[in-house]
Design a binder for this molecule. Sequence first.
Ligand SMILES: [Fe+2]
Ligand SMILES: [Fe+2]
Length: 241
Amino acid sequence: MTGVTEIAPDVFRISTFIPETNIQMNQFLVRDDEPLLWHTGHRYLFEEVRQAVAGLIDIDALRWIGFSHFEPDECGSLNEWFQIAQSAEAFCSVVGARVNMTDFSSRKARGMQLDEIIRTGRYSFRFLSTPHLPHGWDAGLLFEETNRTLFCSDVLHQNGDLPALTSSDVLEGARKNLVMTQSGPMKGYIPYSLNTESQLKMLADLNPKTLAIMHGSSFDGDCAKTLHDFAEVLKETAGAF
Ligand SMILES: [Fe+2]
Ligand SMILES: [Fe+2]
C-alpha cells in the first residue's frame, strides 16, 4: 500500500494510493542530521507513514515537521507524531502557527516568515509564504536550496496511481484535476487571485530541479516552465465560485 522512493538526494517520497478516491497521498522525509518531514498525512494513515519513516530514520531523531496549510492531509496526524517523536517541532506560516496551531497542536509551532531559513545539517530550507496558493490564508511552501527541491503541496496535483517521479509531464494531469475541481460540487480547489501569477513566478525564479508534489508524480523536468504553465492553466480553468 505505502511505497518509498528517493526522488532527489535524501528526499524520500512516502506514497499511499487511495483507490476509492483515485488519489495518492504523498509525504516527504528528508534525511539529514535533523530529519524533516514535510506534511504528516491524515490520522488514518499515521501507522503506514510511521512505518515508512521508521525504515528511513530513527524516529527519535525526527526534528522538524512542516506543512503548507491546515488540512487533514497536511497535518492531521501532527499530534500523533508528537507522541512518538520527542524532539520534533512543527513549523508552518506565521498565520498557521497563530490561527490554527495555537488551538490544534499539542506543542507550540514555529511560525515562519517569507524567506526564513531552517538548517538541518547539510541542507537548508527556505520557507515561502504563499497565502491562498494552493489554498488557505495560511498557505506556505518549502524550498531545499542545495539540491533545489521545491515542496509543492497541492500545486500540480494529479489524480491516479502514478510513478513516483517523472521528467516528461505533470501539467496534463494537473489540468485534468483543475477542470474537475474548478467547477461543480468541489469547485474552488485552487483560487486564482491577483497574487497567483506573481507567486508562481516567485517559485519558478527559484529554478527548482525537482518538484515534490503531494498528489501524483513528482517532477524533475523543466520545473520553471511547468510552474509558469501551471499559472496559465489555472487562469484558464478558474471560474467564479
Ligand atoms: Fe490542500
Ligand atoms: Fe493535499
